[in-house]
Design a protein around this ligand. Sequence first.
Ligand code: NAD
Length: 396
Amino acid sequence: MIIAPKIRGFICTTAHPEGCAKHVAQQIAVVKNRGLIANGPKKVLVIGSSTGYGLSSRISAAFGANAATIGVFFERPGEADRTATAGWYNTAAFESEAKAAGLYARSFNGDAYSDAVKMEVIAAIKADLGQVDCVIYSLASPRRTHPTSGEVFKSVLKPVGEVFTNKNLNTGTGAVTEVSIEPVQGDDIAQTVAVMGGEDWEMWTDALLAAGVLADGVQTVAYSYIGPEVTWPIYKNGTIGRAKEDLERVQKVLDGKLAVLHGKAWVSVNKALVTQASSAIPVVPLYISLLYKVMKEEGTHEDTIEQMDRLFRDRLYNGQPQPDEAGRIRVDDWEMTAHVQTLVGQLWADVNTENFAQLGDFEGYQSSFLRLFGFGLDGVDYAAETNPDVKIPSVG
Ligand code: NAD
C-alpha cells in the first residue's frame, strides 16, 4: 500500500515502516557518534521500549554500551492492508540493527501491567541473560487493568481544585486559542495515580527481585516531568503530577528493597519533548513549540535520544548522578535554566495566532510529530508501494 499520514487530533493512525526504520537508524547514529559509554550497563530491561523515551533508552543502552536488551511494549502489528503502530516498526528496525551489530535483543508485545507478561519476561531473563543490571520504566498509558483486582483504571489530565484556563495550540492549524479545563471530579486523582503512579514499577521490581534476576548493583529508573509554572496546573499540580509524586514515593521504597543488592532506584526528570504521550496534554504542545524555538537558537536543543544518551553517559554510569534536593536526576537541567525559562516566558506572554509562526517553532513541532510515525524522513520514497506487514524477529 501507499502509506501517508492520517492525523486524528493528536494522534496519527498510520505509520511508515521504512520511515520508522530511518528514525531508529538516526538515533543509533547519534549514540554511536558519541563513542562507547565506559562501564555502561550490560543487560538491560526496558519497560515501554517501543517509542519516545523508552525506545531512546533501549538504543542508548544497546548502541552506547553494547548492552543486551529486553524490551516490553504494547503495539499493534500490521496487516496486508493496515499499518502497524509506529512502536511496532521501531522495534522491528531496532532488532534488525541490533542483530547486525551482534547484540542480543528480545521483545515482548503485551500488557506490561499484567502478571503474565512479567512472568514471561522473567523466564526470558533467566533463560537468556541470567540477570539484568538496569531496569528502565517508561510506560505512558491512558489505562491500566489491575493485575489482582481486575479493576480498570483510567488516567485523566486535569487540574486539581479549580478550572485552568490558558493558551493552547491547535497542532493541526497552528492557531493559538484559549482552553479551559475542568478540575478533577470523584476519584480522578486515584485513578490517574493507579495508572501512571509507582505501583506497577514496584510490582515489576518485586517480581524481578523475588525471581533473583536483578544483578548486584542494579539501577532502575522511572521518568518524570516538572516543567515551568505555566504548565503546573495541568502537569505538576494536576492529576499527572500526583502520579509522578507517587513515583517518587515508590523510588524511596525501592531504594530500601534494592539495598541488599547495593542497588539504586532513580526518578529521572526529563525534558519536555514531542512524543505520542506528550501530544495529548493540553497547553504542553504550545510550550514545547516555544521551548524548541529558544533551545534551537541557543544550540542546546536535544531530542529523546540525546537526553537518554546523557542520562546513561553523564549521570547513571559515570558515578556522578548529580541528584537534586529531592534525590531526582535532572536531565531537564538545560530546559529549566533561568535564561531559557525567561525567554520562553516572554514568548508565552506575547504569542498569539498571528505571530506564532515567528515566535514558535511550529515547523519543528510538526516535523517531530510526523517523524514519530516515520513520516518526513529523508531518503524514504513515500510514493512507493510499501508492505505494512513487517515482522519483529523475536515476536513474529
Ligand atoms: P510514549 O507514548 O512515546 O511511550 C510509551 C511506551 O509505553 C510505549 O513503548 C508503549 O508501547 C508503552 N506502553 C503503553 N501502555 C503499555 C502497556 N499496557 N503495556 C506495555 N507497554 C505499554 O511516551 P513517552 O513520552 O516516551 O513517556 C514515557 C515516560 O516518560 C512517561 O513516564 C512520561 O511521563 C515520561 N516523560 C515524558 C516527557 C515528554 O515530554 N514526552 C517528559 C518527561 C518525562
